[in-house]
Write a protein that binds this ligand. Structure first.
Ligand code: C2O
Ligand code: CU
Ligand code: CU
Length: 490
């Protein structure tokens, strides 16, 4: 038989194989005791639309009394009465409709952090929408483009409003993804600043020096509670999607000796391949998708801690470690390990030939007259800034130099960064990032590819005091000038 005829004979079989559906991945089984996460699990937004591909929810921003620890209550600013607000859970490609009512005493909006949606839905007064006045409403309505763990928060007086409790998780699932772990948790890290009387502290304590440091709340919260508990089966893997929703604070997660965080995803979905980390550092606004396997004696205890991370001058002195989650091991035989799953995602780095080079310096200045500080980008605070101009589908390489004594998690609305190393090559594993830490006195290079969504997209430090103190600018994405001229001719 010639090889050609063999090939022909093989065809019908190939056709059959191609038509057969891929074997359904075996659904992962829970390894945890019943109610293992009852002390920590977040409430989800209620979908009132029967269409399986549309999620339609009601969000009301209002002041509500919440309990952050046994017997410790505060009148916080909330979505639907809780902090964090309800978790939004959708499938990639779903349409999300959010009927937003603002019953706060101040104007507000909702910004969908990390989502590549049209500018009209981006939620930034002065750039993409009018503020929603007290008593007013706005309908957000968009198709969710990418799987991953995102979050939402207001973009009016952000430092104050986020600090008062306005934030929530936004999980976009990919039905085709199969990590093989049934036990998963969303972990929203934040903090809140309370007075001794237990009321919300003023968001501008310390004046411009407070702004310069970036104010942290005096109570660290995990899913809105102080050190909530988890009941785990020792040795059983869990998947955690972690969001840093704090207005200034960085977290450096540590599960103790012998534990690793297998990082499988970051800001914009799965990374190129999984990678183990002893500690997990998250600047304000960043996310991580990790697999962990807490181990210990049945009946015993361990704790997820945050270590001290140096985010700049004065950020580690006189500070304590923070206990985040208290993990009690159930009275069950430990789960007999096995290797943790490895993940891979086919990702193409951005092509960088012909990319436009942009230099951005993160700066700080003091007013000689009143001695107040302000941050800037290339020495100009946002109230004087001219936007960076980009053409549709352009690629940029930003060289960002931090000339200040504090680190800045730099966040771009609407697009993903690809981080470059010192030689200009993409950092592996690839990760789509919307928020990248620029450590104090360091330079980081970032590539960004714009697409076909014109608009003025802001970028800013996600230490929200820094953003309000000047560290914010914008990219104006538009048709190239030549195309405008052509349009005018016709
Ligand atoms: Cu998460 Cu401009 O914000
Ligand atoms: Cu954002
Ligand atoms: Cu900053």
């Amino acid at each position: 038989m010639t090889s050609a005829s063999r090939a022909v004979r093989a065809l019908p079989l190939l056709a059959v194989l191609a038509a057969a559906p891929p074997p359904a991945p075996a659904a992962a089984q829970s390894l945890q005791p019943a109610d293992w996460d009852a002390g920590i699990r977040l409430a989800e937004a209620v979908d009132r639309n029967p269409d399986p591909d549309i999620v339609e929810v009601d969000f009301e921003a209002r002041v509500a009394r919440v309990e952050i620890a046994p017997g410790v209550e505060v009148d916080a600013w909330t979505y639907n009465g809780s902090i964090p607000g309800p978790t939004i859970r959708v499938k990639v490609g779903d349409r999300l409709i959010v009927h937003f009512t603002n019953n706060l005493p101040r104007p507000s909006t909702i910004h969908w952090h990390g989502l590549r949606i049209p500018i009209e839905m981006d939620g930034v007064p002065g750039y993409s929408q009018e503020p929603v006045e007290p008593g007013g409403t706005f309908t957000y309505d968009f198709v969710v483009p990418d799987a991953g763990i995102y979050w939402y928060h207001p973009h009016v007086m952000s430092a104050a409003q986020v600090g008062f409790g306005l934030y929530g998780a936004f999980l976009v699932e990919d039905p085709d993804e199969n990590v093989g772990i049934a036990d998963d948790l969303i972990i929203v890290l934040s903090d809140i600043d309370l007075t001794e009387e237990g009321t919300l502290a003023s968001p501008d304590t310390g004046g411009s020096v407070g702004m310069l440091f970036g104010r942290e709340g005096n109570h660290v919260l995990v899913n809105g509670r102080r050190t909530p508990g988890l009941i785990a089966r020792a040795g059983a893997p869990q998947r955690w999607r972690v969001v840093n929703a704090a207005k200034s604070r960085y977290f450096m997660l540590d599960l103790g000796e012998g534990h690793v965080f297998r990082k499988i995803g970051g800001d914009g979905g799965l990374t190129e391949y999984s990678e183990d980390h002893e500690f997990l550092v998250l600047g304000a606004g960043e996310r991580a998708d990790v697999i962990v396997r807490p181990t210990g004696e049945p009946g015993g205890n361990t704790v997820l801690r945050s270590l001290l991370h140096d985010r700049g001058y004065g950020s580690t002195e006189f500070r304590d470690l923070e206990d985040l989650i208290s993990i009690t091991f159930a009275d069950l035989p430990p789960h007999a390990g096995g290797a943790l799953p490895e993940t891979r995602r086919a990702m193409e780095p951005y092509a960088l030939d012909g990319a436009t080079e942009i230099e951005l310096e993160l700066t700080v200045a003091q007013d000689p007259a009143d001695k107040s500080f302000s941050y800037g980008i290339n020495h100009v605070p946002f109230w004087q800034a001219q936007p960076v101009v980009a053409g549709l589908a352009d690629t940029h390489i930003w060289t960002v130099t931090n000339s200040t004594d504090w680190s800045h998690p730099l966040h771009l609305h609407g697009f993903f960064f690809m981080v470059l190393d010192d030689a200009g090559a993409p950092v592996r594993p690839l990760e789509w990032k919307d928020t990248v830490d620029i450590p104090h006195r360091k330079t980081v290079r970032l590539a960004v590819r714009f697409d076909e969504r014109p608009g003025t997209w802001i970028f800013h430090c996600h230490v929200l005091d820094h953003a309000e103190g000047g560290l914010l600018s914008a990219v104006h994405l538009e048709l190239p000038l030549a195309d405008f001229r052509n349009l005018l001719k016709h």
